[in-house]
Design a protein around this ligand. Structure first.
Ligand SMILES: [Zn+2]
Length: 492
């Protein structure tokens, strides 16, 4: 993302916005001891679809999957959810997003990367008070409505809005992103770095960044019955010194956490790294001990064969933002990375928080370039669902507890209505859903055994109030900024 937006977007808002926007007692209620049973339904995992079964949830976990008669006998007092013509999917995991970019929808991804368009005034600078928190809550609302149950927010100074995010009911990873470059402000532009300047790093910035990570970890890690994790993040390869990479990795190792970074997201980035460090971005990370199986690195769009081998050998996880990659005109070599040994996870990046849609784009991005003959092609829709669930669970270092619907795992799931003209009939439900399903087919979302949305009503937020406020803020700010003028094209 254009990371410079993060500071500008976060005003001095306190916790008031969160209190106003979120109905707190629903999330914080103790999980009912009473079971919830989804009856006569379909339970979907990427590698197995079970038809005509029931699934029982007790407290925060999946307690049983079996025949409806048997499960009802086992849980006679259960709260029943009629699962006929419905399918239960593992909740989707968004491994890379920047919620503060919400305000910039309709502007910041249509004019190249980094954005070449300048506006008379930066819209983010016009946010007042609690409106910055409103922007991230809108993004979280979108995530819930599109079937996400775990969300990695990658940003700096997450403490400014962590309280608002916590109350949405989502399972969070707060990836607190730091940098220590003194003279690289953010993602590089194609003409890059001023000639004759040598990149320099600040020990003070590094220490302040590590302190921010530590403070956020102390304040939030393990909160909401373990639903919130705090991971350390280095922002970008071009803004990270070797010392910063080592400090981030060391913090993750010490606390048994995952950690993340943007890598190979632009041509300017790898040219800069080659020029000033003599290494490609992933090779630079390898040189300084940053690669490994608990690193989930975002993008990997311009990795060369040597970097693919390094990423694969170290079992580094790649978070693939397929929609953003398509938007920026480059498809990362996902099959080669997979083949080399990298687990793949999915993310959204800027402006959108809809992993459901990313699944379809990720599939079609591979299909568009495939040359191998049918049959036998990969990925299949099931592979992409695996990336969005199991791969994401690996990335957030929680593969033992989330990422699939199995007895003993956390009850993180969404309920999809299959009675849709584009889903019936179907030979394979997962294929039909990835190719043709809509996020609006999702009628309920459960996280940690609690509904955050049930029968199309979001329970953890006042959706109507949030959207009306967002519309008002949007109108006020964009009216003031003025229209985004698209350069004229010669007409034939
Ligand atoms: Zn990003």
């Amino acid at each position: 993302m254009a990371d410079l937006t993060r500071r500008e977007l976060i005003g001095g808002a306190g916790a008031a916005a969160a209190a106003m926007l979120v109905q707190p007692d629903i999330v914080h209620a103790q999980p009912a001891a009473r079971a919830i049973v989804f009856t006569n339904t379909t339970v979907v995992n990427h590698d197995r679809v079970q038809h005509d079964v029931a699934l029982a949830v007790v407290a925060d976990a999946i307690a049983a999957i079996g025949s409806t008669a048997q499960i009802l006998k086992q849980y006679p007092n259960a709260d029943l959810y009629d699962g006929r013509y419905k399918a239960l999917f593992p909740g989707l995991i968004n491994c890379h997003a920047h919620l503060t970019a919400t305000l910039q929808r309709g502007f910041n991804e249509d004019f190249g990367f980094p954005n070449s368009m300048t506006l008379p005034v930066n819209p983010s600078s016009l946010l007042q008070g609690e409106e910055a928190q409103l922007m991230v809550v809108v993004g979280a609302l979108e995530a819930i409505r599109t079937g996400t149950t775990t969300f990695v927010e990658n940003a700096g100074n997450i403490d400014r809005y962590a309280g608002a995010l916590a109350k949405t009911g989502l399972r969070w990873v707060f990836a607190e992103s730091i940098r220590d470059s003194e003279n690289v402000p953010g993602p590089l532009t194609p003409d890059g770095f001023a000639k004759g300047v040598t990149p320099t790093f600040s020990q003070q910035a590094r220490e302040e960044g590590m302190q921010r990570i530590s403070d956020l970890f102390t304040a939030w890690h393990g909160k909401n019955q373990g639903r919130i994790r705090v991971f350390p993040a280095a922002a970008l390869t071009e803004t990270s010194s070797p010392e910063l990479l080592r400090a981030v990795r060391e913090f993750a190792d010490r606390h048994g956490l995952g950690y993340t970074i943007h890598v190979n997201q632009s041509i300017a980035e790898y040219q800069f790294m080659e020029k000033f460090h003599g290494l490609r971005p992933a090779a630079y990370l390898d040189r300084h001990g940053f690669l490994g199986p608990r690193l989930f690195a975002a993008h990997a769009r311009y990795v060369d064969a040597g970097e693919i081998a390094l990423l694969g050998k170290t079992r580094t996880i790649i978070s693939h933002q397929a929609g953003m990659a398509a938007n920026r005109g480059v498809n990362p070599p996902i099959p080669a990375l997979r083949e080399a040994g990298c687990p793949i996870a999915l993310g959204t990046d800027n402006n959108t928080n809809d992993v459901f849609e990313v699944m379809r784009i990720a599939l079609l991005m591979e299909r568009i370039r495939r040359t191998d003959p049918f049959p036998g092609v990969r990925p299949q829709p099931e592979d992409i669902l695996a990336d969005a669930t199991d791969g994401g669970a690996q990335a957030v270092n929680q593969q033992q507890t989330i990422g699939s619907l199995e007895v003993g795992k956390k009850a993180d799931l969404f309920v999809l209505d299959t009675l849709k003209p584009y889903l019936q009939p179907h030979g394979r439900l997962v294929s039909a859903v990835v190719h043709g399903g809509h996020p609006s087919d999702i009628e309920s979302v459960m996280i940690d055994g609690e509904f955050v949305m049930r029968h199309n009503k979001v329970l953890t937020m006042d959706e109507g109030a949030i959207l009306r406020q967002a519309a008002e803020v949007s109108k006020r700010i964009w009216d003031k900024v003025g229209p985004v003028t698209i350069p004229r094209l010669p007409r034939p």
